[in-house]
Design a protein around this ligand. Sequence first.
Ligand SMILES: Cc1cc2nc3c(=O)[nH]c(=O)nc-3n(C[C@H](O)[C@H](O)[C@H](O)COP(=O)(O)OP(=O)(O)OC[C@H]3O[C@@H](n4cnc5c(N)ncnc54)[C@H](O)[C@@H]3O)c2cc1C
Length: 497
Amino acid sequence: MEETKTDRKSMSRRNFLKSTGAAVAVAAASGMVGAKTAEAATKIPKKWDKEADIIMVGSGYSGLAGTLEARRLGLSVLVLEKMKTLGGNSIIADGGANAVDPVRQKRQGIVDSTDLYFKHTMEGGDNINDPEKVRYMVEHALDDCVNYLENLGVKWPDKVVRGYGSLYERTHYIGTYTDKKGRKWQKGAANIYAMLDEMERIGQPILLDHEVTQIIREKPLSGRVLGVEVKAGKKKLYFRAKKGVVLASGGFGANLEWVIQHDRRLEYTGTTNHPGATGECIKFAEDVGAETLHMDYIQAIPLKDVIPPFKGMFFLIESEEVRKASPSMPYRIFANKDGKRFVDEGARRDVIKATCLAQPLFEPKNLIEANTIEELEDKLGIPKGNLVETVNKYNAACDAKSDPEFGKDKSVLIPLRMPPFIARTRALQRHHTMGGLLVKGTTGEVIDRWGKIIPGLYSAGEATGGTHGSNRLGHNGTVDSIVFGQTCARVIAKSKV
Ligand SMILES: Cc1cc2nc3c(=O)[nH]c(=O)nc-3n(C[C@H](O)[C@H](O)[C@H](O)COP(=O)(O)OP(=O)(O)OC[C@H]3O[C@@H](n4cnc5c(N)ncnc54)[C@H](O)[C@@H]3O)c2cc1C
């Protein structure tokens, strides 16, 4: 009998709840939450220094999208950012975004649907993602993220590409934006500056150097979340949230200590993240009873050139045809220190992570350019003939539109024939933390260890778990943060408080 959509939905929901149950048990066993911290969080101040309907913690995609939506709905917002600069991981990100896009994809002859996007996202996360969140995200990616940014002035390229680890040609990559002062931005900065101009237009400030150091709840593990304790320079301040505290505070990719508690293999890796991606708000939420999930799933990708003391894992090799096709990684080849390919470069990011970890390490080289593959071999100091053989085999696969060795999709099989050839040394860098706070479906309401909603506490973006399951599809991060930043604001606006 054919499985219906509802069957599939409830099946996946059951899987998700099963995996959530496992995560609850692990967190409880870890004894990470002590009664002392919960009591400390109930020290309600005699006087609040500031108040607003919403305390928004973080100035990345989820914080700004949530703030703009809340203001549109008539709510007041205090935006707190602990760093001296704003934008978190979002402003340094590549800023690509997946969405089913009838205009661009139709022009390119790409067949797509939200069902297919849902399937890719769920399967890419081993079906332990929250299907409700995923369904909502894929259905709102175009309007609430890609078109949303476009309406704020971001210009997306006319073509979609297959972004690194996105598993399909639906990535909008790379956006550009010219701000009100005439400065030109691209990638994540384009998205953030477009939102910042809007923040300025509506007169919404961001309080920099305002670090949340505690969440304040009525009772140790029950009652409403009332506000937050804040460190502003040398001052300790208390800010009250009349309707809700939103943790739009990002992940913990820059927190090596936490990362290796969850994935020891990443001990000798650098990170793509900004230094503030340390995840302490997840801990503060746990202190008042919040549950987390999927904390062990940490994405590491070879995004940037390696610099010592880190070692290289492979060379990223490109030709002129490849550069013309796309700036995205799957269009290139990965060759190890023996000059051999070892993976489908367009595969899932966790597959690439596992295969990279199995490669012999080597001292990184500066970017190397050559007019022939032989010259590239010489300059890289790798065994003669291996890379030539690898490239010849790969070019034949491109001509045949089939890669028998690794099964790379034909959409990203671009030959390496036109010089100059460039090799960059790459290795894994801690990139994205799929785990985080457990929230109720699409609402952003944070759930406690007993499965109940914590009144007044919300979260969106990388601070939450559930959207990506075990493995985030490349370019679902922008969408997750911008879409659910907005839903949090909508839920708070409707709440009776
Ligand atoms: C280099 C790089 C490239 C990427 N490229 C892409 C891409 O092309 N496509 C894609 O989909 N995803 C990409 N990602 C992932 C994606 O950009 C992130 O998942 C997304 O930006 C997260 O947004 P966020 O709002 O949740 O968190 P962030 O943007 O990290 O914002 C969180 C903010 O909260 C602040 N904060 C934290 N704790 C506190 C506290 N205690 N008090 C006050 N403030 C606090 C932080 O300082 C930070 O500014 C990339 C990530 C990186 C690092």
